[in-house]
Design a binder for this molecule. Structure first.
Ligand SMILES: Nc1nc2c(c(=O)[nH]1)N[C@H]1C(S)=C(S)[C@@H](COP(=O)(O)OP(=O)(O)OC[C@H]3O[C@@H](n4cnc5c(=O)[nH]c(N)nc54)[C@H](O)[C@@H]3O)O[C@H]1N2
Ligand SMILES: Nc1nc2c(c(=O)[nH]1)N[C@H]1C(S)=C(S)[C@@H](COP(=O)(O)OP(=O)(O)OC[C@H]3O[C@@H](n4cnc5c(=O)[nH]c(N)nc54)[C@H](O)[C@@H]3O)O[C@H]1N2
Ligand SMILES: [Mo]
Length: 762
């Protein structure tokens, strides 16, 4: 289990394409390391196929016409990681105290393997020890029942199935709260808030087939090559038919530059590459509002000129008149926007913005793909709204090949929101749930991630239950959050692998190991299937076949049911045991609660390509208060939420190509040329020279937030990189110590992880 962290890390520019032989080599490393059981290869062949299992990595759609191998390098790593032959047993915990384990890296903790037994923390020995499931549930129930429901948080990380998630949300409401923060709160909540207000649906409007119909694609702040690599095939196909791909990203990301399809023998043999972006604009972190405003301003100017010259219009005025609201105010703001400010705030030349606008103005159908580079900013919701503004100007919503295409993170994060894991009453059919189960559901808004962090810090949160994830590692303010965690009365973590959150105990602490989605889940009526929703609102069945990591594991639905029976005042309100015996009955219950989206749920479960839950905005039905799609002018041109002062940098916290969120698969970020370390600070060469810093020098970062609190991260290797002046990049989650809890997106409360104010300390 040697850590691959090197004494002499190597950082040098990577010359290869995304995909290609590099991705084959990367798999050849991880598969044997994780134990390489024949099951892994068998399961890889079933990955993302109808009747197979839905990949546990990202949420990219699983097409009906799949490739022979419908997985990517990252998906294969995720499968190998879950099906590892390594085990973290009670003997392991007998040998190691939590104090000692807190000295281990994220990599070492998870690499040790799958959890095998339910565990309880013993403060007298500072160790976890095995207990029976029965005792665990009885004790957790006894701890939860007397607590004020408002003081308990039920977190979910977006991997658990629709079935488990529906039960979990219902349990929380029956218990008496909607304290249901989800990893989505740290991720695409800016999308859910922004799109809902603008077009009446909280999700993207496009489907996989739109890639066959678009003639231009805008990509803002998403790193396709690492985080949704199967999309590279779609983008490649688009490029082959001449589709323009225009990228806005502060960093030059290899997957957005060049790609060799590892599944194409000719491309591999001839080292042929596809140039992925026809234009690449290295916008400043937080500069997208300005860039988009620039595009809009060119469009409006060209439109005016065209009308004056009697030429065809540039804006789609018929669409705007029929379908939108707020156009005049928006256009007034566009006209008023200042060109110099646009250039300054975006960090781009006006001719670069003009080139992007030219393509946009010509294209008939444009998809706007985006990720965390837009959502994780103080003005993250405004970013999403501005993107919608751009699309509305030319009728690019509700038309084949066009529309907002947020790339969701976890494989079922969108689905969890769909089936009730949300702190917001307006997102759940409360009355229907009340009628279905005969109880009165809470109406008071629950805690989101920021609210939960505040509650842990101020002591008002007394118990924390987590359905997966690594909350304490994923959230901001790592130091104070870790220090506050032991004040909890109860910490319950349902997980597959040991992570840092598990090393911080409350007064009572339980670690409950569960089956992964790739493993066979046998209940009273036989082997069960579960389901997930992808980024394009398609629901897929998923059947695990692999041998479970341990005979002592329970499935997530079984654990949630047992918790519900242990903690609820009236467990008889829902048929928890029947549900566990046959997951088809959970799906029947979901269908009753959400009849429109989940009609004939069981019948359609294994529809190739998934079944579509529908999307009104894609039919140009706008479920907004005005009944129209809403334009909204941004309040400014900079998304960071703080001013630029001397010595202050905008730190972007990034994922490497060798991690899934807080799960660190290894220390190589191949595409960025980093080998053997994660202690990297990506920096502009001019900024380095101006500060007398040299490549390889080790520096610290300190928080430069207005609250003046001391936050520091040491040991970062200065690395010259193609990144705009004033911006820095470092890896998440190690950089989270530098993030204030109160630095989050307005309205959506997504921690603003893509512009953290810091200064460099030598
Ligand atoms: N292999 C793998 N796959 C994953 C994940 C993983 O960790 N590993 N995580 C999953 C999850 S939960 C999520 S949410 C997604 C995340 O996938 P992404 O949305 O790609 O998120 P990040 O990797 O954080 O990086 C976002 C990109 O935004 C750019 N960026 C940063 N700031 C700005 C900005 O201000 N403007 C613009 N235009 N760009 C900016 C960065 O350079 C980076 O390329 O991926 C999912 N898939
Ligand atoms: N600075 C900074 N912070 C960020 C981000 C960022 O870009 N920058 N990104 C944010 C985003 S987009 C997200 S989504 C969050 C992610 O936050 P989380 O979703 O909380 O974190 P993960 O790292 O995905 O969770 C990993 C753990 O999940 C458990 N796990 C894995 N599979 C299963 C399973 O099948 N069932 C169960 N029960 N448990 C399982 C394992 O124990 C593993 O250790 O982090 C956020 N934090
Ligand atoms: Mo995410």
């Amino acid at each position: 289990m040697a850590e691959q962290r090197d004494d002499k890390p190597e950082i040098k520019p990577f010359k290869g394409p995304a995909g290609g032989w590099g991705s084959v080599r990367s798999l050849a490393e991880i598969l044997p390391r994780e134990g390489g059981s024949p099951e892994v290869l068998r399961e890889l062949a079933r990955q993302n196929k109808p009747e197979g299992f839905a990949c546990v990595s990202c949420a990219w759609p699983k097409p009906a016409n799949h490739h022979p191998a419908e997985f990517c390098e990252e998906g294969a790593k995720a499968t190998a990681w879950e099906l590892t032959s390594h085990r973290t047993t009670p003997e392991f915990f007998a040998r190691h105290t939590l104090t000692e384990l807190r000295g281990w890296s994220d990599y070492e903790l998870e690499e040790h393997g799958r959890l095998t037994h339910p565990l309880r923390y013993d403060p007298t020995t500072d160790r976890y020890a095995a207990i029976s499931w029965q005792t665990a549930f009885a004790e957790i129930g006894a701890a939860l029942r007397p607590l004020d429901p408002k003081s308990v948080v039920f977190y979910a990380s977006g991997r658990a199935s629709l079935e488990a998630s529906y039960m979990y949300g219902l349990m929380a409401r029956m218990y008496g709260n909607q304290n249901l923060p989800d990893s989505s709160n740290m991720c695409h909540e800016s999308t859910s808030v922004g799109l809902k207000a603008a077009i009446g649906v909280p999700v993207g409007t496009t489907r996989h087939s739109d890639f066959e119909r678009c003639d231009a694609i805008l990509i803002f702040g998403h790193n396709v090559g690492s985080n949704a690599p199967r999309m590279l095939h779609d983008l490649r196909a688009c490029r082959k038919r001449g589709v323009e791909v225009i990228t806005f990203n502060p960093l030059r990301e290899r997957g957005l530059e060049r790609f060799t399809d590892p599944q194409n023998p000719i491309e591999m043999a001839t080292l042929r590459e596809t140039r992925m972006s026809s234009q690449y604009h290295q916008v400043k972190a937080g500069g997208d509002l300005a860039a988009m405003m620039g595009i809009a301003k060119f469009l409006v100017e060209w439109h005016d000129a065209a009308l004056a010259a009697g030429k065809p219009e540039v804006l789609d005025t018929a669409f705007i008149d029929e379908h939108t609201h707020g156009f005049d105010a928006f256009v007034a703001a566009v006209r008023a926007a200042d060109w110099d400010a646009i250039a300054r705030e975006s960090g781009l030349t006006l001719s670069a913005i003009e080139a992007a606008a030219r393509v946009y103005a010509k294209a008939k159908a444009v998809m706007a793909v985006y990720g965390m580079g837009l959502t994780q900013h103080v003005k993250g919701v405004e970013n999403v709204r501005m993107l919608v503004n751009l699309l509305l100007l030319r009728g690019n919503i509700g038309r084949a090949g066009a529309g907002p295409t947020p790339v969701r993170g976890h494989s079922n994060v969108q689905g969890q929101r769909t089936v009730g894991i949300t702190e917001k009453t307006e997102l759940v059919p409360v009355e229907r749930i009340e009628a279905q189960y005969g109880f009165s559901a809470p109406r008071e808004k629950g805690l989101d991630t920021v609210g939960a962090c505040r509650g842990v810090l101020d002591g008002s949160v007394k118990a924390f239950v987590a359905l997966g994830g690594n909350f304490l590692r994923a959230v901001p303010e790592t130091g104070p959050m870790e220090a506050a965690w032991p004040r909890l009365d109860l910490s319950v973590q349902i997980a597959t692998k040991l992570n840092r959150n598990h090393l911080f105990a409350g007064k009572q602490t339980y670690l409950l190991p569960c089956l992964g989605r790739i493993e066979q889940d046998v209940q009273a009526t036989g082997p069960q299937a579960v389901s997930v929703e992808d980024s394009t609102s398609c629901i897929h069945g998923s059947r695990g076949k692999a041998t479970p990591a341990s005979p002592h594991l329970l499935s997530e639905p079984a654990i949630v049911a047992a918790l519900a029976k242990a903690c609820l005042p009236d467990p008889a309100l829902a048929p928890w045991d029947d549900w566990v015996a046959d997951y088809a009955r959970i799906r029947d219950a979901i269908e009753r609660t959400y009849p429109e989206m989940f009609a004939k749920y069981n019948e359609r479960l294994f529809t190739p390509g998934g079944f579509w839950k529908g999307n009104k905005a894609s039919q140009r039905i706008w479920q907004t208060p005005s009944g129209k799609a809403e334009f909204l002018a941004p309040t400014g041109l900079c998304a960071t939420g703080f001013g630029d002062t001397d010595g202050r940098f905008r730190l972007m916290t990034l994922r490497s190509n060798d991690q899934f969120n807080t799960t660190v698969y290894g220390y190589h970020d191949r595409f960025r040329g980093v080998k053997g370390t994660r202690d990297v600070l990506f920096m502009n060469a001019g900024d380095m020279a101006a500060r007398g810093l040299r490549a390889g020098q080790v520096v610290a970062l300190e928080s430069d937030a207005e609250d003046g609190a001391h936050r520091r991260r040491d040991g970062l290797i200065v690395t010259p990189y193609a990144i705009p002046s004033g911006c820095l990049g470092a890896y998440y989650p190690e950089a989270n110590v530098l993030m204030p809890v109160e630095h989050f997106a307005e309205e959506s409360h997504v921690p603003a992880a893509k512009s953290v104010p810091v200064r460099i300390v030598v």
